[in-house]
Design a protein around this ligand. Sequence first.
Ligand code: SAM
Length: 211
Amino acid sequence: MTLETTNTQSTPQTSASYRVFISAALRQPVVVGAMAPSSAALAERMTSVVASSGEPVVVELGPGTGSVSAVIQRRLPAGARHIAIEVDEEMAEHLRRVQPGVEVLHGDAEHLDRLLAGCGVDAADAVVSALPWSLFRPETQARIVGQIGGVLAPGGAFTTIAYLHARALAGGRRFHRLLRDRFDEVIVSEVVWRNLPPARVYACRRPVARD
Ligand SMILES: C[S@@+](CC[C@H](N)C(=O)[O-])C[C@H]1O[C@@H](n2cnc3c(N)ncnc32)[C@H](O)[C@@H]1O
């Protein structure tokens, strides 16, 4: 059945996708970090850095059941690569079934460079992520952001989201400082209210070289 269910206004997710998402969120609330997939409005914002021409390599971190993946797939030209790294095995398997154009890797974003090397990729034109950053330990935040900076191609961009309420959390404030510290350009969007919960999109470019 392809009944469409929504995050009030979302990228259409089938009822099966929705069930897989909710089941993962109940099983591992701190890993999933949200009770609903991203909305279409948020997904459009996050993916605006994805090139629709050429042969871009796009890496998606924490694709879940694919609400953002679907928008990336719609933008991508033939010849592009779309690699998605998902830590939850059930969601990874589900995504393989519903988005056959995506190369889904079951793994942890903490091993980003190794996972990409395993599929012959050493640079990404865009990294798109909805990882639950504010719930990560400081060292995990820093390790993943460092690896993203390390794999971004010259001129590449990294986009991610921060839920509005997360800015009040220590982990959310730390993540904001980390991005400012690690990227030369960090553009923060206005609040995307059409998402549960409302969120801002961060677009980061030009990772700062570190010793
Ligand atoms: C807030 S959900 C977002 C899901 C989807 N991108 C969306 O926007 O609807 C966060 C996703 O990140 C995944 N995740 C959490 N930690 C991860 C990690 N270390 N590596 C890869 N995926 C991770 C979760 O399993 C979940 O699918």
